[in-house]
Design a protein. Structure first.
Length: 475
């Protein structure tokens, strides 16, 4: 839907294009903050708040605002140059539907109600102007991970309304993450443009050392890039999206989307499929492509900064080219002139050799005296009984994760109260379970093993590995 079809009010943006637009913006923000403090905002309180703001602003600030904003703009008919009054401002806000029509409260006084559209629009503008960019990318990824993880928890509440509580929040975070990646790329461009402007080492050094925006930008980027949790969480989200798309929950999403947005079943199904495809493509392809592009731009930034430092340090002279020209000319001179030229170059060059002496340089190594004691290893043979005892001690000290007792306890849990089970009836999810069944096959002929194992030609495919289907029977 087009925004103007939704708002259905051509004068909605009117206060933001008039010459007092800065004051109108501050006033509506003051009223919004006031509604958070008071359960009911009466018109007298709203007027008092605006009047106090106008007095604190002062006529000087108002004139300055008018002078700065009036260039190149025509005066609106509603603003005839008269002094700003709280009542006039409230009247303008009601005309533009920033405020709802007058409503009488319980005490007989008019109540000021801010429209939902105005509140949301001003909240968006406030967030945009106060945006710091600290930790936004990682927060989006963490939010998507938590949503997907909670969706697969047992008795998850999100599955009651999966479209509203799973799919829509994922899409919102994915959209914001895209915006954050775009901001990163744009910030790199602005940094590179700023580097080109510098003309001396001092200003360039201050830019690198003291610019907080630069520090925040790189710290967030390298956290997302180098933190080991981020790739694992993105992989987890991708895998669960594929599972979610194939479950009955997807059908439930389509029905909820159809009811919520009043769409036909085909339109709702198309929207849900589009959301899933967009999420899968972004997490599988677009995210890595954007990170690679940012990597390239950061490398370009470093190369540009390095080149700029070299040029400023050499006062615009390329030392490599100058040395190359000098050596080419010297090589064409006669031998005597070459020696004279190199001697003069040696007089212009001062080379100082620095060496450092530490405690280790003059520390004397002390020999360890054995005081006549034989330090050789004594050779002795062990008897068969001693060897057997040492071997048993070694076996008892090292714990066998897949011993007969452990495998028997594992099968006890799997069978429960039953006397017989088949591997294909169980849902195998870990490598530990696969190895337990494999160990049971090895112990099948042991007399102390409390189970009979019957092999079959059927193969069971699991997420971990393929295993032969076996039947476990209690002896």
């Amino acid at each position: 839907m087009n925004f103007f079809d939704y708002i259905q009010n051509d004068s909605f943006f009117k206060p933001l294009v008039l010459k007092y637009r800065r004051i109108y913006y501050d006033c509506i923000q003051i009223l919004i903050e006031k509604t958070k403090e008071l359960p009911v905002l009466y018109e007298s309180d709203a007027k008092d708040s605006i009047t106090i703001y106008l007095k604190n602003t002062g006529i000087t600030e108002i004139k300055k605002s008018i002078q700065d904003d009036a260039d190149g703009m025509e005066e609106a008919a509603d603003e005839n140059g008269s002094e700003l009054q709280a009542a006039e401002i409230l009247s303008l806000f009601r005309e533009c539907r920033w405020l709802l029509p007058r409503e009488i409260g319980r005490n007989g006084e008019y109540v000021v109600n801010i429209s939902v559209d105005c509140r949301r629009f001003m909240d968006f503008l406030r967030k945009m102007t106060e945006k710091t960019g600290e930790g936004m990318m990682s927060n989006r990824i963490f939010s998507m991970y938590e949503i997907m993880k909670s969706a697969f928890d047992e008795d998850s509440v999100r599955r009651e309304r999966p479209y509203t509580n799973i799919l829509v929040p994922l899409i919102d975070n994915e959209t914001e993450l895209k915006n954050e990646l775009t901001d990163l790329k744009d910030n790199i461009s602005s940094i590179m443009k700023a580097v080109i402007v510098f003309q001396d080492i001092n200003s360039f050094g201050q830019f690198i050392m003291k610019d907080e925006m630069l520090d925040r930008f790189f710290s967030e980027y390298f956290f997302v890039k180098n933190n080991g949790l981020i790739p694992a969480q993105i992989s987890f989200i991708r895998g669960k999206l594929r599972v979610l798309r194939q479950e009955d929950t997807c059908e439930k999403m389509v029905k909820e989307c159809s009811e919520k947005l009043q769409l036909s079943y085909e339109e709702a199904n198309e929207r849900v499929e589009q959301y899933f495809a967009e999420l899968q493509y972004f997490l599988s392809v677009e995210y890595e492509a954007n990170m690679g592009l940012i990597d390239t731009r950061i490398n370009n930034y470093y190369n540009l900064a390095n080149t700029r430092i070299m040029l400023m340090a050499s006062n615009g002279v390329r030392l490599e080219a100058a040395i190359n020209d000098f050596l080419n000319k010297v090589s064409k001179m006669p031998e005597e002139e070459q020696n004279i030229a190199m001697e003069r170059v040696a007089d212009c060059t001062r080379i100082i050799n620095h060496k450092y002496i530490g405690y280790k340089s003059f520390e004397k190594n002390k020999r360890v005296k054995n005081e006549g004691v034989n330090i050789g290893l004594a050779a002795a043979e062990l008897s068969e009984e001693e060897k057997r005892l040492q071997t048993e001690k070694l076996f008892h000290s090292s714990q066998n994760r897949y011993s007969v007792e452990r495998v028997g306890s594992f099968l006890d849990v799997q069978l429960g109260s039953e006397n017989k089970m088949s591997v294909k009836e169980k849902e195998i999810q870990t490598k530990e379970e696969i190895l337990m069944y494999a160990a049971a096959m090895l112990y099948a002929k042991n007399e102390e093993f409390p189970y009979d194992i019957q092999l079959s030609e059927e193969t069971v495919k699991t997420e971990i590995a393929d295993i032969t289907n076996v039947t476990v029977i209690k002896k």
